[in-house]
Write a protein of this length. Structure first.
Length: 59
């Protein structure tokens, strides 16, 4: 399970990786209807392939 968690990113981590604001990432996640791979409390975790989808939708 620990190795699985390292491949998951929060919306904030995705924003930092892409160099855009968290609000832009959150809006893209909602508009693309992307579901998190895992939830822990109120935090949603997304897989690396989501980064590509968000990057494509933002550009």
């Amino acid at each position: 399970m620990a190795a699985e968690k390292t491949n998951l990113l929060t919306a904030g981590a995705i924003a930092k990786e892409l160099g855009i604001s968290g609000a832009v990432v959150s809006k893209a996640i909602k508009s693309l209807n992307i579901q998190p791979e895992m939830k822990k409390g109120v935090c949603s975790y997304y897989s690396k392939d989501v980064v590509k989808k968000i990057k494509a939708s933002v550009k």
